[in-house]
Structures are given as structure tokens and as C-alpha cells.
Design a binder for this molecule. Structure first.
Ligand code: ADP
Ligand code: MG
Length: 317
């Protein structure tokens, strides 16, 4: 028997109202989500990947109850977001894309207030434990406005977990965050996941999705264009590159029908792109040798998510 999904999204669509006085195509309003369906498996780290404007925040904000969907359905931890909104909300903790805090509360107060909001009684509150988990115990009594951007982000993660939801959702947790802080947040996400929390994160960083996520859904212009285990998605990039250094100078790149692309890289360097379903690196080298070239050095580059993304969206970002 398979466990029910942590989140199930079916045919979800959102059309934002058009601004007053909009004409032509704009008068219909922006179709931000166009019939998106997927399941988030319980216990996974799930990545919702897509370029800016793809519809990621719209989807998250529908789950959060901040944006009203136009059609379709969403189910969180078995609770329908329309029929069982309260239970659905209690099952999910959301870290929004924008950081907003009252600057005059301390981290401890922020968490206590949130606990009060959820009606959690004093003895059942987890404020101290959560501050420690997000490495903010020493900032317990500092004003929120004195915290760095990274600390604020971590405080938001703690705030989202106050009611101990089984699902944590982070909307672009590392956008505009430096490398060091990004690593810290990744560690935090992995820790939470190891403790059993299902994590959904949106990102436009391929590297982040590849590093953290078990499964990835890619959306572009409001449509789901892929949803697969990360490994399989990476395997979808069929193009591979062999870079060689030759013993002789080359005037022009040698062409061959089996190669998808050949580019000169300096005087004696050559980069051959080929489809790994049709050739292997050894055959690429054999073809070069048949053409009278002497190969001195070879490296191959594995396909990564970036390649898949470009292939699927036809864009570079
Ligand atoms: P992402 O989070 O992937 O960057 P969003 O969900 O924020 O994408 O936006 C998807 C599309 O919907 C974009 O074209 C955006 O301009 C539009 N959009 C987002 N919020 C609103 C809104 N409140 N009113 C009208 N259009 C919006
Ligand atoms: Mg967004």
C-alpha cells in the first residue's frame, strides 16, 4: 500500500483579475497557473522549480490561503483547502518569499505571539527549542530589526514551525542570499526533513533543486512541464560533451554527422557535443582519430539540471 501524498494538487488554475481599464489581451487578466497537477510524497524534499513569473508563489499562496484559486483543487495532509481550510492550514507551515516582521518584537516574542495565534498553551510552546534549532538562541531577546537578512530568514522558518506542522513550505528561501547563508539554510532544511518533516521549496536555482530535492516539478508560464525524481530529470539531458586537447593546431572544427555540435576551444582544444543515446565517448574519440587527429587529453562533462531546464523551457534562466 502506498502512503497518501502530503500534498495533492489537481488541475489548479489561477487567473488574476485584470487591472482596471486594461484592454485587449490584458483585459482577461493574467493566467498565472494553467491546470497544474502533482503530488508531493510524504517525507520528501520536493522542489518547485521555474523562472521568475512562472507561477510558483501563486501556487504556494493558494496553499497558504492568501490567494484564491480560480479552479481545480488542493489537498494538504488529506484536508481539502476549501472544505477543511482550518485543518489544512494547521498541517502546513509557510515561509513566504517576502520577509515581514514587526521590527520591535524579539525573536522569542515573535514565536510566542505565533504560538498564541495558533492557540497553543504556554507549556506546549516550542519557542526555545525552535530558536535553538535555527541557531538563534543567542538572539532570543534582540529586536528583530537588528537581525541580519539570514537570521530573519531563519526566524521565519522557526515561526512557520511553531504549530508543529508535518509540512514546511519555503518560497524562494535563498533568493538573494549569499553562498554561506545558502549552505546554512540547506543544512536546516535537511535537518527538518530528517526529523520527518515533508519539505516543499520553490527556487529558480537549478543547483539548489539538484542538491536538496528528491523530486522536482518544473513550471513555466503557469504550466507543469516536468515532474520526476531529480535523478531521472538529470538523466533526461541526453546531450553530453567531450572536451579534447589535440596534438596539432586546428584551422577549423572537424564536422561529423554523428556529432550534434563541434566547437573550437583555443588553438588545440575541441568540444564535441553528442547524444549519449547514439554515441559514447570512446566512439567520439575513434571518429576524431579516423579524421587524422591525435588526441592528447580528454575530459567529459556530465549533463546537469541546467541542460534539462534549457531543453525543456528553451530558455537559459
Ligand atoms: P513566481 O513566484 O514563479 O516568480 P508568481 O506566482 O509570483 O511567479 O507570478 C506569476 C505571474 O502572475 C506573473 O506573471 C506575475 O506578474 C503575475 N502575478 C502575480 N501576482 C499577481 C497579482 N496579485 N495580480 C496580478 N498578477 C499577478
Ligand atoms: Mg515567487
Amino acid at each position: 500500500m502506498s502512503t497518501p501524498p502530503a500534498i495533492r494538487i489537481e488541475n489548479l488554475a489561477k487567473r488574476y483579475a485584470a487591472p482596471k481599464g486594461a484592454k485587449g489581451e490584458d483585459a482577461e487578466g493574467k493566467l498565472a497557473l494553467n491546470g497544474v497537477s502533482f503530488d508531493v510524497p510524504e517525507g520528501s524534499i520536493f522542489g518547485l522549480l521555474g523562472p521568475n513569473g512562472a507561477g510558483k508563489s501563486t501556487l504556494i499562496n493558494i496553499l497558504a490561503g492568501i490567494v484564491n484559486k480560480t479552479s481545480g483543487s488542493a489537498n494538504i495532509w488529506g484536508f481539502d483547502i476549501d472544505e477543511q481550510r482550518r485543518n489544512a492550514s494547521r498541517s502546513i507551515g509557510i515561509v513566504p518569499q517576502e520577509i515581514v516582521f514587526d521590527p520591535f518584537f524579539t525573536p522569542y516574542e515573535v514565536l510566542e505571539n505565533q504560538g498564541g495565534f495558533y492557540g497553543i498553551s504556554g507549556k506546549d510552546r516550542r519557542s526555545e527549542e525552535l530558536l535553538a534549532a535555527v541557531r538563534l538562541a543567542d538572539k532570543r531577546n534582540a529586536y528583530a530589526r537588528t537581525l541580519s537578512g539570514g537570521m530573519k530568514r531563519r526566524l521565519l522558518v522557526a515561526k512557520a514551525m511553531v504549530h508543529s506542522p508535518p509540512i514546511l513550505v519555503l518560497d524562494e528561501p535563498t533568493a538573494g542570499v549569499d553562498v554561506e547563508l545558502r549552505r546554512q539554510l540547506w543544512e536546516l532544511v535537511k535537518e527538518m526533513n530528517q526529523e520527518g518533516v515533508t519539505v516543499v521549496l520553490t527556487t529558480h536555482y537549478l543547483e539548489e533543486a539538484e542538491e536538496l530535492c528528491d523530486e522536482i516539478a518544473i513550471i513555466n508560464h503557469g504550466e507543469l512541464i516536468a515532474h520526476k525524481p531529480t535523478r531521472e530529470l538529470v538523466d533526461m539531458a541526453r546531450e553530453k560533451i567531450v572536451a579534447v586537447t589535440l596534438a596539432e593546431d586546428l584551422g577549423q572544427a572537424p564536422a561529423h554527422e554523428a556529432f550534434s555540435k563541434v566547437e573550437l576551444a583555443g588553438e588545440r582544444g575541441l568540444e564535441v557535443t553528442y547524444n549519449k543515446d547514439q554515441l559514447n565517448a570512446g566512439q567520439v574519440l575513434a571518429i576524431l582519430q579516423e579524421q587524422g587527429l591525435t588526441v592528447e587529453d580528454v575530459t567529459t562533462r556530465e549533463a546537469d539540471l541546467e541542460d534539462v531546464f534549457v531543453q525543456l523551457t528553451g530558455s537559459g534562466s
